[in-house]
Design a protein around this ligand. Structure first.
Ligand code: GLU
Length: 285
C-alpha cells in the first residue's frame, strides 16, 4: 500500500489536514506500506516556502515520517506539459478566452433555458469557445486549455472507481460514473491555466500515478472531483487507485475548516501545549 498527503503550501495546516495525513500515514503503516508527502505548489501566486517548512514541521511533530526527497509539483512541469500535449494531439483540448464573468453571464442567459449547473470547479462551462472540430496545429502556450468533455467521453469506456470510505451522501463501494453526469454536471473542465501551465486535476492525476499511489485518502469535499480524475486516468492510460474520502472536520458552528481559518491551525494548538495524542483525540482517531 502506498498512500500520500498532498498539501498546498498556501497556509497553515489545520485539524482537517492533520486528520487526513494521520489516516493516510496509519493505513500505510498498518499494511507495511509507504506514506508519501507531496507538495502541491503549482499556484505560484499563493505558495510560500515558509508554509512548506511549517507544514513539514507540523507533520514531523505529529510523528509522521516519509521518504525524502519529497515530490514537489513545481519541479514537474515537463510531465504535465507532456500529458497536455498528448490530450491536445488526441483532439481533446481547446483554448478558452472566457473570463469568470463571461461564463456566469453566458450560463445564466435566458436562451440557455435551464438554470446554471455548479460542478466541482464552479459553473459548468456553457461552451462559448468550444470549436466544432478539434483545433489543428501546435498546442498554444500561455492560454487556458479546456477538455472537450463530449469528445473525451466518446474515447473512453465505462468509468468507475472503488470508494473505500464514503462520499458526502454515503456513496461507497463501486461507484459508476455515468457519461451523462460528466457531460452535464462537470462539463469542459480547465486542464491548464496560463499562470501555472497545468491545473489541480491534471497534476494530481499525473503525480498519483508517478508516485504509484494505491489508495488516495482525502476529504469528502473532493469526492465530486474524483470523476474528473478517473476520466483523465482513462484518457492517459494511467491506473485508477482506490479512493478513500473521509468526513470533514468542522468548527464549532459546523462549518468546514479552511486554510484561512487560522483559528484551527495546528501551530496554535501546539503553542497551547497540546500533545500529538491530544490532536488524534480531537479529530476522533
Ligand atoms: N493539494 C490538494 C489540497 O490541499 C490535495 C487534494 C488531494 O488530496 O487530491 O486540497
Amino acid at each position: 500500500m502506498r498512500t500520500r498527503f498532498a498539501p498546498s503550501p498556501t497556509g497553515p495546516l489545520h485539524l482537517g489536514h492533520a486528520f487526513s495525513a494521520l489516516i493516510a500515514h496509519d493505513l500505510a503503516q498498518q499494511a507495511g506500506g509507504t506514506f508519501l508527502l507531496r507538495i502541491e505548489d503549482i499556484d505560484r501566486s499563493r505558495a510560500r516556502p515558509q508554509w512548506e517548512a511549517q507544514i513539514c514541521d507540523d507533520l514531523h511533530w505529529l510523528g509522521l515520517t516519509w521518504p525524502e526527497p519529497v515530490m514537489r509539483q513545481s519541479d514537474r512541469l515537463p510531465a504535465y506539459h507532456a500529458a497536455l500535449q498528448r490530450l491536445w494531439d488526441m483532439g481533446l483540448l481547446y483554448p478558452c478566452h472566457c473570463t469568470r464573468r463571461d461564463i456566469a453571464e453566458a450560463a445564466s442567459a435566458p436562451q440557455e433555458g435551464a438554470a446554471p449547473v455548479a460542478g466541482p470547479d464552479g459553473l459548468v462551462y456553457p461552451g462559448t469557445c468550444r470549436p466544432d472540430t478539434p483545433p489543428r496545429g501546435a498546442m498554444p502556450e500561455g492560454v487556458t486549455l479546456r477538455l472537450d468533455m463530449a469528445r473525451a467521453l466518446a474515447q473512453t469506456r465505462r468509468l468507475a472507481f472503488v470508494e473505500c470510505g464514503a462520499g458526502p451522501k454515503g456513496e461507497t463501494g463501486l461507484i459508476a460514473l455515468p457519461p451523462e453526469d460528466l457531460l452535464h454536471k462537470v462539463g469542459d473542465v480547465v486542464l491548464s491555466r496560463p499562470a501555472m501551465a497545468t491545473s489541480y486535476h491534471l497534476s494530481v492525476v499525473i503525480d498519483d500515478a508517478a508516485q504509484e499511489i494505491t489508495e488516495v485518502i482525502r476529504g469528502q469535499d473532493l469526492f465530486e472531483a474524483t470523476a474528473i480524475h478517473v476520466l483523465l486516468q482513462a484518457l492517459l492510460d494511467l491506473p485508477t487507485p482506490l479512493y478513500r474520502h473521509h468526513r470533514l472536520i468542522r468548527d464549532a458552528h459546523g462549518k468546514r475548516l479552511a486554510k484561512r481559518d487560522d483559528a484551527r491551525a495546528l501551530s496554535l494548538y501546539r503553542a497551547q501545549g497540546i500533545t500529538p495524542a491530544g490532536i488524534r483525540e480531537l479529530v476522533g482517531l
